[in-house]
Design a protein around this ligand. Structure first.
Ligand code: DC
Length: 223
């Protein structure tokens, strides 16, 4: 069974999907982490982000693996654990441009499809229901008001001892949403048959349980 979860930044996709993958014993695929790792490779190679052909050429040198551990997912870039590094703000600020390049996306989509082959998978990103797994058994589009998403992101950052103004977070999120939704290739878009869930007024537990019920109902052929 394949469950596709798409939606804008900081809508709570990762935390929700991690909880679900643990409860239901599904493989978790965080596709954003893969674009982040590719971006890290580009920055380390000191390639200007606007140089699409040089960034695309990295595709043959870049090896990205996601390893599901009980304590969390580990992201390996050419064998190195970059799980923490890819969450840094400088990566968040650069990833939209790298992920807009066609050759980068082709390579990532290929890897994502290989990972999802013949497994119970829950995969999150921006184009999962539309491009990566258009035949997914269940598609969810998870969203929330930008102010609420900024508040949640601020709380997460505080846990990492990073203090960032709410307005700045809101501006960064809005900018990323705009770039991700307006790019030519595989923009962030709700698939026609995706279930839209607005979590602005939902607790974390409510959103996990809601999706869990949908997955179980789908599995039992109830909808
Ligand atoms: O989910 P995230 O914030 O870790 O994603 C980082 C960036 O990667 C996001 O700005 C858009 C891009 N992305 C994408 O283009 N396609 C995906 N399937 C997942 C993420």
């Amino acid at each position: 069974m394949i469950v596709a979860v798409d939606g804008p930044s900081a809508a709570g996709k990762s935390t929700t999907v991690i909880a679900l993958s643990r409860e239901l014993n599904f493989l978790y695929i965080d596709t954003g982490a893969m674009y982040r790792a590719y971006t890290l490779m580009a920055l380390r190679s000191e390639i200007p982000l606007e140089d699409e052909s040089a960034i695309s050429a990295l595709r043959d040198k870049v090896e990205i693996e996601l390893v599901n551990h009980p304590e969390g997912m580990v992201v390996l870039l050419n064998g190195e654990d970059v799980s923490k590094e890819i969450r840094m703000d400088y990566i968040s600020k650069s990833v939209s441009i790298v992920s807009s390049y066609m050759h980068v996306r082709e390579k990532m989509v290929e890897l994502q499809r290989e990972m999802g082959d013949n497994q119970a998978v829950i995969c999150e990103g921006r184009d999962i229901g539309t491009v990566v797994f258009p035949n997914a058994d269940l598609k969810i589009f998870l969203t929330a008001d930008v102010k609420e998403r900024a508040r949640r992101r601020q709380r997460d950052l505080l846990k990492l001892n990073i203090n960032k103004e709410l307005d700045e977070i809101k501006r960064d999120l809005a900018r990323r949403d705009q770039l991700d939704s307006s790019r030519k290739i595989s923009p962030l878009k709700r698939a026609e048959n995706a279930v839209l869930i607005d979590t602005t007024f939902m607790t974390f537990k409510e959103q996990v349980n809601f999706i869990k019920e949908l997955i179980l109902a789908k599995n039992e052929g109830k909808f």
